[in-house]
Design a protein around this ligand. Structure first.
Ligand SMILES: C[S@@+](CC[C@H](N)C(=O)[O-])C[C@H]1O[C@@H](n2cnc3c(N)ncnc32)[C@H](O)[C@@H]1O
Length: 278
């Protein structure tokens, strides 16, 4: 093991489990400091320039404070593309990529899609890239998130139309015009907050994560009502959900006259997606 790898591992071993330290060490050396992977594997001793040494110390300092590596790099991988991320926006999760894949598989001919609570724009932009004939619109209440989403739109040469909208507050029209509405809204209850890791709680935006204990389906109820107005006949709703509320969300959709309601599990075997037809 070379001196750089040894320094990284020693500095992080009390904060992260061994497997994560190993992965972080490779990521820092190769993707962030631009060192050669083979040199690292061979244990070749490398002398860092003063500037790179400072960069490494800054990375380590931030990781020791539990800052997610995606924020430190400014990049998160999602559906095979690199998205810019910063602390005002949720880091895209692998479970959400499954939602995108399902929508593409089930709606190859969809013409108009709406993503509510778009964050970094990861869902909307991935849909735009995978369904080149479709038009995608995306809403978020957060100006900070929208600024990042628009940068991603440009960098990834996508054509999503981003709008600042509070989905809870206003009446957003009654003309049915979407084939698909998708949302990964805030869904962590205040009680569940206590069980969350520091790297999420201290760094990711609360606006993207939390709902009150007494109203866990707040966003789903609202979007289901909106869907009844904005979805074309036969149009579909796709939600990412809190694993604890699969049954309740499905029941709520049935009460709102949706058909073919399905609860789908994620790669970890947890209820994660609910979908229904208008
Ligand atoms: C869980 S994050 C999802 C972000 C992104 N779609 C993803 O999957 O990574 C929820 C998003 O909903 C947005 N949001 C929260 N309240 C909202 C509201 N009232 N109206 C519109 N968007 C809202 C947050 O700013 C955040 O970007």
């Amino acid at each position: 093991m070379n001196r750089i790898t040894a320094y990284i591992r020693q500095s992080l071993q009390e904060v992260y489990p061994p497997e994560e330290v190993k992965a972080l060490s490779m990521l820092i050396c190769c993707d962030m400091l631009g060192l050669d992977a083979l040199d690292i594997y061979m244990g070749k001793d490398i002398i860092l320039s003063e500037c790179k040494q400072r960069e490494l110390e800054n990375i380590i300092f931030r990781l020791q404070k539990n800052e997610p590596i995606q924020y430190i790099r400014g990049i998160a991988e999602f559906c095979g593309r690199n998205f810019k991320v910063a602390s005002g926006v949720l880091i895209p999760r692998p479970e959400t990529a499954e939602l995108v894949e399902l929508i593409v598989e089930e709606n190859p001919n969809a013409r108009r899609l709406l993503d509510i609570g778009t964050g970094s724009g990861c869902i909307a932009i991935s849909l735009d890239k995978k369904l080149p004939d479709a038009e995608v619109e995306a809403w978020d209440i957060s100006g900070e998130a929208l600024a990042i989403a628009r940068k991603n739109n440009e960098a990834l040469e996508a054509r999503v139309r981003f709008l600042q909208r509070d989905v809870l507050a206003d009446d957003w029209g009654k003309i049915p015009s979407f084939d698909v509405i998708v949302s990964n809204p805030p869904y962590v209850t205040e009680t569940e907050k206590n069980e969350m890791d520091a790297n999420v709680l201290d760094w990711e935006p609360g606006l993207a994560l939390f709902v009150p204990d007494e109203d866990p389906l707040r966003f789903y109820n609202r979007i289901a009502r909106l869907g009844s107005e904005l979805l074309l006949p036969g149009g579909k709703l796709y939600f990412e959900i809190n694993q604890a509320y699969g049954r309740e969300t499905a029941h709520m959709l049935e009460m709102n006259q949706y058909r073919d309601v399905r609860v789908i599990k994620d790669i970890f075997g947890k209820d994660r997606i609910v979908t229904a037809n208008r």
